[in-house]
Design a protein around this ligand. Structure first.
Ligand SMILES: *[C@@H]1O[C@H](CO)[C@@H](O)[C@H](O)[C@H]1NC(C)=O
Ligand SMILES: *[C@@H]1O[C@H](CO)[C@@H](O)[C@H](O)[C@H]1NC(C)=O
Ligand SMILES: *[C@@H]1O[C@H](CO)[C@@H](O)[C@H](O)[C@H]1NC(C)=O
Ligand SMILES: *[C@@H]1O[C@H](CO)[C@@H](O)[C@H](O)[C@H]1NC(C)=O
Ligand SMILES: *[C@@H]1O[C@H](CO)[C@@H](O)[C@H](O)[C@H]1NC(C)=O
Ligand SMILES: *[C@@H]1O[C@H](CO)[C@@H](O)[C@H](O)[C@H]1NC(C)=O
Ligand SMILES: *[C@@H]1O[C@H](CO)[C@@H](O)[C@H](O)[C@H]1NC(C)=O
Ligand SMILES: *[C@@H]1O[C@H](CO)[C@@H](O)[C@H](O)[C@H]1NC(C)=O
Ligand SMILES: *[C@@H]1O[C@H](CO)[C@@H](O)[C@H](O)[C@H]1NC(C)=O
Ligand SMILES: *[C@@H]1O[C@H](CO)[C@@H](O)[C@H](O)[C@H]1NC(C)=O
Length: 436
């Protein structure tokens, strides 16, 4: 008593499901996934359930059934041999294996056959050994190898390839196809940054902090005029910063050089980076004066000059804030001040002498103030207690004497829930380190 349509319907269903299975994942890709799964074990990953590999967790195929994305972050993946069979997934554009427990080293030619790669995120694993020789993809936009234990130098070919291939492309797709982000922080990388970096004209983020990189900063870095963030902290970079001309880095919002071996006076061109929100020069060997041109940086919220040989920081700051002398002028001077948005202000170990300067009271957005390890004398001024957002104050290791001012017990950010709620709106553009 079958309905005449039901067979036809069933047939169509069967047919379409067969053709779909054939197209979804070809043999090479399937065996690539098989060796991937057998090399890397995970309890969280349930791949055996579906025959069609395009349906498996973390996998995205294009409409022809070729795998284009493999996204398995935070899946508890473990394993010490990274399967080179992954190179057989030729159209792979997005590989995200971040936040797993993958270890071992990557083959030098690991990424050579992945010529369509756009996003490569292997961050937060336990990968060691050298960074692979080269990325061959001209489409590469983002590489994140941070928080691993890679060591050795960054092969100059690693970046050069990306440039070479993108360069050979027509100008109109060049915009979409050049490297925008390098994130290699917290590894054991050594050696200099290749001068080829200047060819990555689309580069926006450069995060290389917490490595053992060394050498001078090549002036070609200033060719990367789209840079928004440069983080070189906790390395061994050296050389005279005054040879660098920052004037074309108009997008630069964060510059962090903390704990390196950089020398020289700060170039005036640095103050033309008007987008700067965070500037940390702490723990280097910079010398000379902070120039009043720093007042042009109206958006600066984070300024750390600590532990340098910058002479007479107090004197320079007096100029910055419009004071000609120690005296407090009449009226409201913060309007003229270029530092009115400053939230984090760190001047520890800056050889400051004299009293705690009164102009600090006019920087009304301060939340974190560090004047420790100087030679400041006199008493702790009561006006510190009037700073509406201050919640973190370091004055240790000075020559301060006298009584503890009661005003400090009334710091709004500490005693009023309302004020505390209003504090912290100034986003900390950089992490604040307490261990020095
Ligand atoms: C894997 O998925 C299948 C189908 O979704 C399910 O029946 C099975 O219980 C799952 N296995 C585990 C270990 O989660
Ligand atoms: C990779 O996945 C993690 C976790 O979902 C995510 O935070 C990260 O942004 C992803 N990486 C990229 C490059 O999209
Ligand atoms: C880099 O790491 C590999 C593997 O962990 C090790 O064999 C090698 O000695 C290390 N090389 C350097 C220069 O530290
Ligand atoms: C990049 O291109 C130049 C000039 O075309 C060539 O000499 C060089 O070998 C190429 N580098 C790489 C790593 O392909
Ligand atoms: C800087 O960029 C210019 C043109 O954009 C290019 O000709 C030059 O080779 C680049 N310099 C370096 C050192 O990469
Ligand atoms: C800044 O860019 C202009 C225009 O591209 C260029 O002529 C100049 O040489 C660049 N300056 C520096 C210091 O790179
Ligand atoms: C920093 O540079 C000085 C010379 O300018 C050198 O004596 C010192 O060893 C360097 N320190 C590091 C950690 O590279
Ligand atoms: C840095 O370079 C400038 C300009 O060339 C020079 O005047 C200064 O003495 C140099 N400083 C150091 C520490 O080498
Ligand atoms: C300064 O910050 C304001 C508000 O976030 C923004 O609109 C403006 O574009 C910034 N100025 C520069 C030069 O980046
Ligand atoms: C402060 O914020 C908390 C959490 O957002 C809220 O519950 C509380 O009512 C706020 N207190 C005041 C006085 O605004």
């Amino acid at each position: 008593m079958d309905h005449p349509f039901s067979h036809g319907f069933l047939l169509i269903l069967l047919f379409s499901s067969i053709t779909f299975t054939i197209h979804a994942c070809d043999l090479t890709e399937r065996s690539a996934l098989k060796s991937f799964a057998s090399a890397l074990s995970s309890l969280a990953l349930n791949w055996t359930a579906s025959v069609d590999c395009c349906q498996r967790e973390g996998i995205t195929c294009n409409q022809n059934g070729w795998i284009i994305q493999l996204r398995l972050p935070s899946k508890g993946l473990t394993g010490g041999t990274f399967p080179s069979s992954l190179g057989n997934i030729k159209l792979l554009s997005h590989l995200n294996l971040s936040h797993n427990l993958l270890s071992g080293s990557l083959e030098a030619g690991m990424f050579l056959s992945l010529s369509r790669l756009e996003i490569l995120d292997l961050s937060y694993n336990l990968f060691s050994g050298e960074i692979p020789l080269s990325l061959s993809s001209s489409y590469i936009q983002m590489v994140d190898f941070s928080s691993n234990i890679f060591n050795g130098t960054i092969p100059s070919s690693f970046l050069q390839h990306a440039w070479n291939l993108s360069r050979s492309l027509p100008a109109d797709i060049y915009n979409a196809q050049a490297l925008q982000e390098i994130s290699l922080s917290t590894n054991g990388l050594v050696g200099p940054i290749s001068e080829n970096v200047g060819k990555l004209s689309k580069l926006k983020l450069m995060r290389l902090h917490y490595n053992n990189l060394q050498g001078h900063l090549h002036p070609s870095l200033m060719n990367c005029t789209n840079l928004v963030e440069i983080n070189l902290g906790f390395n061994f970079f050296s050389g005279n910063i005054s040879v660098l001309d920052f004037s074309n880095l108009t997008q630069l919002s964060k510059l962090d050089c903390i704990s390196n071996n950089l020398t020289g006076t700060l170039p005036i061109s640095l103050y033309s980076c008007k987008s700067l929100k965070a500037l940390r020069l702490a723990t280097n060997d910079f010398e000379g004066q902070i120039q009043p041109e720093i007042l042009q940086l109206k958006n600066l919220t984070f300024l750390s000059l600590s532990r340098n040989r910058l002479t007479s920081v107090t004197g320079a700051m007096k100029i910055l804030t419009g004071f000609k002398s120690e005296e407090m002028p009449d009226g409201d001077i913060t309007v003229d001040s270029g530092l009115q948005n400053l939230c984090v202000f760190s001047l520890y170990s800056c050889h400051m002498t004299g009293h705690i300067p009164a102009w600090i009271s006019k920087l009304g957005k301060q939340e974190v103030l560090d004047l420790s390890f100087n030679r400041l004398t006199g008493t702790i001024p009561g006006w510190l207690g009037t700073l509406p957002h201050l919640f973190f104050l370091l004055l240790n290791d000075n020559l301060i004497s006298g009584e503890f001012p009661m005003e400090l017990c009334r710091l709004q950010a500490l005693v009023s829930q309302k004020a505390a709620n209003e504090t912290g709106h100034c986003s900390l553009e950089l992490p604040v380190y307490l261990t020095r």
